[in-house]
Design a protein around this ligand. Structure first.
Ligand code: PGA
Ligand code: ZN
Length: 424
């Protein structure tokens, strides 16, 4: 049973405060979890509680969330059985009492939720992926690696937020990671030769000053070929359009002009025809349900259409998407919903309704590697955890290498099967 819970304010990969929690069990097992933080957040996400005190970290401190863990949540949870994750999460959700966890803070609740699962796994002597996923947790995810950044995350002329490489043709996760790292190295050489090499963005991708979205895709195809791989067959492409960011009053502003929703849909269809794109995330605004339906009718049979800001890991919003035939895939971010139980419920709903799930990091991350275990536990088959630089991104990849070794011949790399109904 839970004996004690501690929390503290730490720093994330952007140097901003975030919260970590430690759960101590009576038998000596412990669990530590750290919470990530987004930048281009969806409006319907659970509430990230920040102090708002301008004298500390520009108002971004999380001391109230720390206090909520130690003063409010801990007294309710001490004595409970750590193996009863659902009850523990429900207790915290009830103590909070709001729809979006705004009283206690989704960051405070999530820290305890994940730390408890880790303590429970340790108590029963299992790695987290096996504790959560059982004996069938043996599928290593395909990584969607964000190597060129645009949109709100970069100061260039590229409107699309993320350009990803996807090593679908690799035989193992270890090889997939090598392929990705080699393409990333080729990309850096090409950018350097063109005088375009710049520093990396929040997720470790380059942010070159390019003239169009298409030139980013051309660069990726060239980098894949230069590294000796076949674009499409071995290394495919994926986009996170993050269209909410350039949506304004029913119109979409990209390529230096204002466009109608049908124009954007046709634009994305054209890109998906011209380039080996297997997945498009947030192709439209988070509230543009009608055109999302049109996008799905147009592209849904051959491209994975992922809802991130649209679904925010929320089973009610996902259900609305399922009912309306919107998208065929969901991005899963633990801090969008704020507890492990609800995260797993949403993945479960997606799986039952033949939507694929991509387990995802945030642009603000920590050295915590829970999402690597979560990807294997859920058999999601896909993970989005950034580029091949910055150790808070590589920590997740390295954790997956370790899991693959541990599973040995039981391990299966998801490859193309991971891409689900929208696969090529
Ligand atoms: P965020 O961006 O973590 O800053 O919200 C990532 C994404 O849009 O997928
Ligand atoms: Zn996104």
């Amino acid at each position: 049973s839970i004996e004690d819970i501690r929390a503290r304010e730490i720093l994330d990969s952007r140097g901003r405060p975030t919260i970590e929690a430690e759960v101590y069990l009576a038998d000596g097992a412990t669990g530590l979890a750290q919470v990530p933080s987004g930048a281009s957040t969806g409006s319907f996400e659970a509430h990230e509680l920040r102090d708002g005190d301008p004298h500390r970290y520009g108002g971004k401190g999380v001391l109230r969330a720390v206090e909520n863990v130690e003063q409010t949540l801990a007294p309710e949870l001490i004595g409970l059985n750590a193996l009863e994750q659902v009850m523990i999460d429900r207790t915290m959700i009830d103590v909070d009492g709001t729809d979006n966890k705004s009283k206690i803070g989704a960051n405070a609740i999530l820290a305890v939720s994940l730390a408890n699962a880790k303590a429970a796994a340790q108590a029963v002597g299992l790695p987290l992926y096996r504790y959560l996923g059982g004996p069938l947790a043996n599928v290593l995810p395909v990584p969607l690696m964000n190597v060129i950044n645009g949109g709100a995350h970069a100061d260039n002329n590229v409107d699309i937020q993320e350009f990803m490489i996807v090593p679908i043709g690799a035989p193992t996760f270890r090889e997939a990671l090598r392929w990705g790292a080699e393409v990333f190295a080729s990309l850096s050489q090409i950018l350097k030769a063109d005088g375009l090499l710049s520093g990396v963005g929040d997720e470790g991708g380059y942010a070159p000053n390019l003239t169009s979205n298409q030139s980013a895709l051309d660069l990726l195809v060239a980098a894949i070929e230069k590294a000796g791989y076949t674009p499409g067959e071995q290394v495919a492409l994926a986009l996170d359009v993050a269209a909410t960011e350039f949506h304004d009053n029913g119109r979409y502003n990209y390529d230096g002009a204002s466009h109608t929703p049908p124009e954007l849909i046709q634009y994305l269809a054209k890109l998906a025809q011209q380039y080996p794109i297997v997945s498009i995330e947030d192709g439209l605004d988070e509230e543009d349900w009608a055109h999302w339906q049109q996008l799905t009718d147009t592209l849904g049979n051959w491209v994975q259409l992922v809802g991130d800001d649209l679904f925010v890991t929320n089973s009610q919003r996902l259900q609305q998407g399922i009912d309306q035939g919107v998208g065929n895939s969901i991005l899963i971010k633990v801090n969008q919903i704020g507890s492990l139980t609800e995260t797993l419920e949403t993945v479960d709903l997606a799986t039952r309704c033949r939507y694929t799930s991509i387990i995802s990091h945030r642009s603000g991350e920590t050295e915590d590697t829970t999402i690597a275990d979560l990807a294997v536990a859920t058999r999601a088959g896909q993970i989005k955890t950034g580029s091949l630089s910055r150790s808070e991104r590589l920590a997740k990849y390295n954790r997956l290498l370790r899991i693959e070794d541990e599973l040995a011949e039981q391990a299966i790399y998801a490859g193309t099967i991971g891409m689900g109904p929208g696969q090529h």
